[in-house]
Design a protein around this ligand. Sequence first.
Ligand code: IPM
Ligand code: MG
Length: 362
Amino acid sequence: MTKKILILPGDGIGPEIITQAEKILSFFIVKGDLAVELDCGLIGGNAIDETGLPLPEETLKKAKEATAILMGSVGGPKWESIDRPLRPERGLLAIRAELGLFANLRPAFLFPQLAKASTLNEEVVSGLDIMIIRELTGGIYFGNPRGIRKLDDGQREGFNTLVYNENEIKRIAKVAFETASKRQGRLCSVDKANVLEATELWREVVSEVAKDFPEVELQHMYIDNASMQLVRAPKQFDVILTTNMFGDILSDLASMLTGSIGMLPSASLAGDGKGMYEPAHGSAPDIAGQNIANPLATILSLSMLLRYSLREEKFANMLEQAVSQVLTEGLRTKDIHSDGMTYVGTDEMGEAVIKTLSTLLD
Ligand code: IPM
Ligand code: MG
């Protein structure tokens, strides 16, 4: 059966960064004989405009049939005031939940060429290579009850529920231990077990799963300390395992260690091998349509797609090598630009990666 890739450009800078990844995919299909079929669909704000829903039935159907999904980003001020359950972000949360994409892998890897682009000292970040594993379909993002209600005294009260059951913790912990055993063998599980019962259980279950992975060294850390350590001495970390909300925050934090959030890819994986791949950054409506967004997080997400869902290790490596090479050549989008480097737009960056790929394929 032909493998299918569903492309969901989304909103804001989504379409322009996805275009670059799509051009690279087409390049692999035409020049590298990669056997995949491409299709595209609507999600987020543009889907609301067209169909009234952030995740239309048709998109969900295509997503269920696809081997993998490549997504841009969703959301923007235009849709901020509509009913909460119909907002763009709910489309993203719904597709994650519907496809069971519980494991979110966010590698914070510093290309040596960008060591000076980080706001942190070069010695603190050079050689940085962290894998953040974020639980993606549970926790406070999905817990019920949730909402905003009116109290008897007339004031409003907002409420959410942080809930994790043992099975949810076990399956994400397994992914984290397996990942750590293929890397440096060190896993740091991040929680707030001193205050929150849901993460007290998290800590207990992670320690139980650890017994099956004696080769991995497990450490537990509170979220406040972990945030501080990530900025103080980030290279102490190999794999970080954490909850949905803590992972959301820590991955943005870690992205700045790598120079820019525009460099951070992600893979959201289900137990059955299906995956959705998206940059960790948002839709950045303030810079949309100006050809200044960094497409590399999306391009690196495509490389994760090639590796994890298509098992095309050769193309994945080649793509990462091409990204590294354009950085070595000094090409920089606005977010990572510094003196002496060559400023390029979104399009030019995509084209440069393709040009390098053609030389690598020969
Ligand atoms: C992310 C984003 C999303 C999240 C938003 C857009 C719902 O911030 O993927 O990190 O919070 O998961
Ligand atoms: Mg986020």
